[in-house]
Design a protein around this ligand. Structure first.
Ligand SMILES: Cc1ncc(COP(=O)(O)O)c(C=O)c1O
Length: 353
């Protein structure tokens, strides 16, 4: 099956090879070397001198950690779809008061609106933003939103799960405070691990936080990092695979790596247009990592998804209320230009009926 999913995505062959290696202890010299080298490569990839933690959980664990370490009482959550909504639910489930900035379906959060909300709620300590709202293929304008958050002196917690490794951005330059990603998206790894970047200010906040729990305490991660370790048993096969992907990116060059992502995105956008289809989101705010496409009048999104599966291609179904009206094409992980050509040939056949 060729995968154009929203994650888990197809893994690079080198990753699959790496995942089959024999284990070693997470307290051994082999692990220390691997940990040190992987964290160093992540810092290179993110162009940062700040701390980057390897988290033994899926991305939602990192989401919960950002709340527990950085928010005592109240947080403003920007909600543009399913994952923005999840951030708000996670904060509520952790007993925090949540103010929601809900955008119109398919529309991004705009800086003026965020400014307005922050003026109305000056007591929020942090703002959460989903950089790429995977459910809609929507890229929120993070640089502009970040400026507003910083003008109001709040912490900025960013879910970059489906942007990290597919959209070129640097957390220090953007003034973020916590930024996390999961393994099963653009980096082309299997699921089960997250990467969490934490600013000095977020770390300082964590140090003063009470009741932040044990498992996701940033201070604990920082102390372990000094020994090139994690506080709990890490997913070693995934870290080996992440290390391999980062080495592959280094060999290719970061510039070329992101160019290739853009080339693939352009090819997918071109293919959508050639078939006379259009996007659910405005092009200006469309993520290069996942595309939400309006289904044509004669065929539902769900039917397109099903028929493509019969032809050996897995796309992603539309989200929630949009299941019938849309379908999604992922551009994450191991996809070649040849795969894209093949996918569009099959999509053309499906649309012809
Ligand atoms: C933007 C975003 N945030 C969070 C998640 C949740 O990730 P996980 O299921 O790995 O916890 C996803 C998964 O699709 C996502 O796309």
């Amino acid at each position: 099956m060729k995968l154009f999913t929203a994650g888990p995505v197809a893994c690079y062959p080198e990753v699959l090879e790496e995942m089959g290696r024999q284990m070693f202890s997470h307290r051994s010299e082999e692990y220390h070397r691997l940990h040190r080298d992987t964290v160093g490569r992540l810092k290179w990839f993110l162009n940062t001198g700040q701390r980057v933690f390897l988290f033994p959980s899926s991305s939602t664990g990192a989401m919960e950690a950002s709340i527990r370490n950085c928010v005592k009482k109240k947080v403003l959550c920007v909600v543009a779809g399913e994952f923005g909504e999840r951030y708000a639910r996670v904060a509520e489930a952790n007993g925090r008061e949540v103010v929601v900035l809900q955008t119109e379906l398919g529309k991004p959060a705009l800086p003026e609106r965020l400014d307005e909300e922050l003026r109305k709620h000056p007591d929020v300590e942090a703002v959460t933003i989903t950089y790429c709202e995977t459910s809609l293929g929507l890229l929120n304008p993070l640089p502009e939103l970040s400026e507003v958050v910083k003008e109001h002196g709040k912490l900025l917690l960013v879910d970059a799960v489906s942007a990290f490794g597919g959209v070129e951005f640097y957390p220090d330059e953007l003034g973020l405070d916590v930024c996390f990603a999961g393994s099963q998206k653009c980096l082309g790894l299997p699921p089960g691990m997250a990467v969490v970047w934490v600013s000095e200010e977020a770390m300082a906040r964590s140090r003063t936080m009470v009741n932040k729990g044990w498992y996701f305490d940033f201070e604990r991660y920082e102390r372990s990092q000094e020994k090139d370790e994690t506080p709990v048993t890490p997913p070693i096969p995934l870290i080996l695979a992440l290390n391999r992907v980062l080495r592959m990116i280094e060999e290719k060059g970061k510039k070329r790596y992101f160019e290739e992502y853009r080339e693939r995105a352009e090819r997918i956008l071109g293919g959508i247009r050639e078939l006379g289809l259009n996007l659910f989101t405005e092009e200006e705010y469309t993520s290069p990592t996942i595309f939400c496409v309006n289904a044509p009048p004669h065929l539902s999104g769900l039917e397109i998804y099903r028929r493509m599966r019969e032809k050996g291609v897995e796309l992603a179904q539309g989200y929630g209320k949009l299941k019938e009206r849309t379908f999604r094409i992922g551009n994450m992980g191991y996809i070649t230009l040849g795969d894209i050509e093949e996918m569009f040939e099959k999509l053309a056949e499906v649309l012809r009926g």
